[in-house]
Design a protein around this ligand. Structure first.
Ligand code: ZN
Length: 430
């Protein structure tokens, strides 16, 4: 009774505050979120550089469409929430994700079966800041995964993705019809589903693709093409959990597996607004906020987006009328969050100011790949090199030396690619 009375008094006080001062009562309101396809309307002061970066992409990819999601969330709040220990992890013992990438409090504590470690707020900021991914190479993590009723989906594109793979077993056309129809019914982008099949199974079909069983003396196969419920601490457990799931669902034909899989993907994420790989990973969507994330791996969105891009590149299908949804946060830093150094900063053990492990020319102190001169190689250097290659800016002699990452005496697209590889963690030095 006392509690009820106290609550009633608090509510009355809140109401009085609200009426007199026009203040919101002290209740946490959900942020208002809205999607806007008017890129021109983006306020450059509130969301620095975003509009320009989207416009740059539109210039070279004229069929692409962009929308933004005003998340209504404060950037620092998002980073604090995502920084809860274990919510974002990275594979253990990776030289490219060491030093300032890792959570100083969790130190050597492992997660998810022992092969993952907690990452720092700096790493989360770097991976979540859309300005670090608004480039051709990384933009596919923002691909809209829901079905666009105004778009025409070309079955030939899906065929190109799936032909000469394990799906091309004589019934490919039937599978494609199944995919397109179910995707339309369930509001899922069928290109994404086709790409996801290859992402999950490769072109030959992985261990979870099918399981052979005998029922009533007859051979029966069960299929789990999308790796649903593929969890566990050992490979054997993962495969067994996935295939038992398929059996439980009765997925004893590829068609049944496709239908059930599309439904699962639609119901779990796309229908609740987590309709990009970025939003599957970083749940900044009302009302589940941060609690409904497809993976803990902080690299998930970038890696999956990259895989899909490569699949589309192989069949020359990157330039269709895709739609991308870019998240906007309130009170973001004025420039993109920097890539964390792979050695810990603030230690006294090193006199080497080259935090990236790149070749330093001791004579003139040039760090390969660092044209901006801030002693790190990051997305700003990439942008800077693009501008140079497009003839928009000129370089000093020092900058030219830094830009020639492969030391072949010329500055060209190979150097650009080199820096991309470095930023993606594919190479650790030049
Ligand atoms: Zn931690």
């Amino acid at each position: 009774m006392r509690k009820t009375k106290a609550l009633a008094i608090i509510l009355v006080i809140n109401l009085i505050c609200f009426l007199i001062f026009g203040l919101r009562p002290s209740v946490v309101f959900a942020a208002t979120q809205r999607i806007d396809n008017q890129i021109n309307n983006i306020d450059d002061k509130k969301y620095p550089r975003i509009k320009k970066m989207i416009e740059n992409l539109q210039k070279s990819h004229t069929n692409w469409k962009f929308k933004v999601l005003y998340t209504g969330l404060n950037w620092n709040t998002v980073i604090n929430e995502e920084s809860k220990h274990g919510r974002n992890v990275v594979g253990i013992n990776q030289p490219n994700y060491s030093g300032d990438w890792l959570c100083k409090e969790c130190k050597n504590k492992t997660y998810s079966g022992g092969n993952w470690v907690c990452v720092s707020s700096a790493a989360i900021s770097y991976m979540m800041d859309p300005r670090n991914s608004l480039y051709y190479e990384d933009v596919f993590q923002f691909l809209e995964l829901s079905y666009d009723s105004t778009a025409t989906y070309d079955s030939n594109i899906i065929k190109n993705i799936l032909k000469n793979t394990f799906m091309d077993d004589g019934k490919l056309d039937t599978y494609i019809t199944t995919i397109i129809n179910r995707c339309r019914e369930k509001n899922v982008n069928p290109y994404y589903i086709a790409g996801k099949i290859i992402q999950e199974q490769g072109t030959k079909g992985g261990a979870t693709f099918k399981m052979k069983t005998t029922e009533d003396g007859k051979t029966v196969y069960y299929y789990n093409i999308f790796n649903i419920n593929a969890t566990g601490s050992t490979t054997a457990a993962i495969v067994s959990n996935a295939l038992n799931w398929a059996k439980q669902k009765g997925w004893n034909t590829i068609e049944k597996c496709l239908i059930g899989g599309v439904d699962f993907i639609a119901n779990g994420y796309i229908s609740v607004g987590q309709d990009t790989m970025y939003f599957e990973k970083f749940d900044v969507i009302a009302d589940s906020y941060y609690s409904h994330q497809y993976a803990q791996d902080v690299m998930y969105a970038q890696n999956q987006g990259e895989k899909l891009r490569k699949i589309l590149e192989k069949i020359d299908a990157t330039e269709y009328a895709y739609t991308f949804v870019i998240p906007l946060y309130e009170n973001m830093p004025s420039s993109a969050c920097p890539r964390p150094a792979t050695t810990s900063t603030g230690t006294t053990s090193s006199t080497n100011n080259n935090t990236n492990g790149n070749t330093t020319n001791s004579e003139d102190n040039i760090i390969k790949g660092d044209m901006t001169g801030d002693k790190v190689v990051d997305s700003a250097d990439l942008l800077y090199l693009r501008k140079y290659l497009l003839g928009k800016i000129t370089y000093t002699e020092e900058q030219k030396k830094a830009a020639d990452t492969n030391s072949d005496g010329k500055i060209d697209s190979a150097d650009l690619l080199n820096i991309r590889k470095y930023l993606l963690g594919k190479i650790t030095n030049f």
